[in-house]
Design a protein around this ligand. Structure first.
Ligand code: HEC
Length: 136
């Protein structure tokens, strides 16, 4: 057997750019996986929230704007102002751009942010209120 002194051909060795590319692809795959997981978790949380029977019923009801406005005037205007521009409670202008429908419902029924009281509107009243809040 004669000794092979020739270096092994370079094509079998990954060049540096090949390695760079592989790293980049691995990174992209990892990033995509993480992104998908995050989306899945957010979607899951949303599903769980919407599957809450109360929230589900509110979202399934068609709200009446006029009733919603009356309910707001009776229950909320002392703190949030007749036009929702805020008194003791914060300004509610464009609140529906800041908070999702589910978050708005939770805000009204949770009572977790005193001094705002915990309200227990029936689902139709809540749907009416929601429509009104979305016009602010
Ligand atoms: C006793 C006063 C009071 C009443 C009555 C009241 N709120 Fe509030 N509300 C507050 C206060 C104070 C906050 C701020 C709570 C916090 O985030 O710490 C708030 C926060 C909110 C928010 C969230 C605002 C934001 O920018 O995130 C919404 C939406 C809201 N109220 C809706 C209502 C609705 C609808 C009613 C009537 C059903 C109502 N509130 C009645 C005092 C009140």
């Amino acid at each position: 057997m004669t000794q092979n002194t020739v270096d092994s051909p370079a094509i079998t060795q990954p060049t540096e750019t090949h390695q760079d590319n592989r790293l980049l692809i691995q990174f992209a795959l990892a990033a995509t996986t993480i992104l998908l997981c995050v989306i899945l978790v957010i979607w899951g949380i949303h599903r769980v929230q919407v599957s809450d029977p109360y929230v589900h019923d509110v979202l399934a009801s068609t709200g009446n704007l006029e009733r919603g406005q009356q309910l707001f005037w009776q229950n909320c205007a002392t703190c949030h102002g007749v036009n929702g521009t805020g008194e003791v409670g914060p300004d509610l202008q464009s609140v529906s751009e800041r908070k999702s429908q589910v978050a708005l419902i939770k805000q009204v029924i949770s009572g977790k942010t005193p001094p705002m009281p915990q309200f227990q509107p029936n689902t139709q009243d809540m749907a009416d209120l929601l429509v009104f809040l979305e016009t602010l």
